[in-house]
Design a protein around this ligand. Structure first.
Ligand code: E4P
Length: 285
């Protein structure tokens, strides 16, 4: 298999699955996790099914155990660990969690949401040389704010546009990936685009065609790619989406991050879903 330029991360919460993908590909560059994926981890599901809900420190211990098992399996793109944040979690609270999670493994990236508090947490994190992955990104304005908030970082920063969830609301999520890459081509290169919420082989092939720096991919899409003999997009490859095109916005990356319009309904909904999935595993419910 010809290794793509795009780094491939496993989008999941189960070390066994990461091992399986590694066997299929011969390598895994990294891994992303989130509260929904951790709630689906087989051991956590088994505990819940047997009536054992977790308290918060047990949940953290489980999350740590999972990423410790994944950490040595992956390459230089690291393991993204997401803080538990609802709409009232402050930047300082996110940072405290981020600091602790960052110590769990040597190759951690801390995931904060693309909200004002998440951006503040990222700004403070990069000053402490904590690598960050800004998640739930649905607009170019949010990606520009990530760029501005993390300027001067010594560590790489990821921003994760969520392709499939934009497709779900009838907008072409791959356009967002393309637009962010175009916008960042005028920048200093400190933020890398990590295409997330990949739902089809076509999404993955378009990531390769766009030379997206990183893509996080569920095991079943890797399996579909393997079953087809690991095709790569040829010169004639054209990604077709029935969804509405997302227009490119000319934004000035040198503005302070607070100047960008970072509100997005899907970011709010995404936080609600992560919180609900996380709470479903907890004692208090
Ligand atoms: C990874 O970082 C994201 O959390 C994940 O790709 C989201 O995927 P989904 O939209 O399919 O839940």
């Amino acid at each position: 298999m010809q290794k793509p330029k795009t780094k491939i991360l496993v989008d999941g919460g189960d070390p066994e699955e990461t091992r399986h993908v590694k066997k299929l590909l011969g390598f895994v560059d990294g891994q992303t996790t989130n509260p929904s994926l951790i709630a689906k981890n087989p051991h956590i599901r088994q505990l819940i099914a047997s009536g054992h809900k977790l308290n918060q420190s047990e949940e953290m211990a489980e999350y740590k155990r999972i990423v410790e098992a994944i950490s040595p399996l992956v390459g230089s793109a690291g393991v993204s660990i997401e803080v538990f944040a609802d709409e009232s979690t402050t930047a300082q609270e996110m940072l405290s969690q981020g600091r602790e999670m960052y110590r769990w493994i040597p190759n951690a990236y801390i995931k904060y949401p693309c909200t004002a508090e998440g951006l503040r947490a990222a700004q403070m994190s990069v000053k402490e040389s904590i690598r960050v992955n800004m998640t739930l990104c649905f607009s170019q304005q949010q990606a520009a704010a990530v760029y501005a908030a993390t300027k001067g970082t010594k560590e790489p920063v990821y921003v994760s546009p969520f392709v499939g969830r934009l497709d779900d609301i009838g907008q072409n999520g791959m356009d967002l990936v393309k637009n962010i890459k175009r916008m960042f081509s005028a920048g200093d290169g400190h933020v890398f685009v990590l295409a997330a919420s990949i739902r089809s082989l076509e999404h993955l092939l378009d990531c390769f065609a766009l030379e997206t720096e990183l893509a996080t991919v569920p095991a079943k899409i890797i399996e579909a790619w393997a079953a087809r003999g690991f095709p790569m997009p040829g010169k004639d490859f054209a990604y077709k989406s029935p969804a509405r095109a997302m227009a490119y916005e000319a934004l000035d990356l040198n503005q302070p991050w607070e100047k960008f319009d970072i509100e997005h309904e899907l970011t709010r909904k995404g936080i609600e879903k992560f919180v609900a999935d996380y709470r479903a595993t907890l004692l208090a419910g």
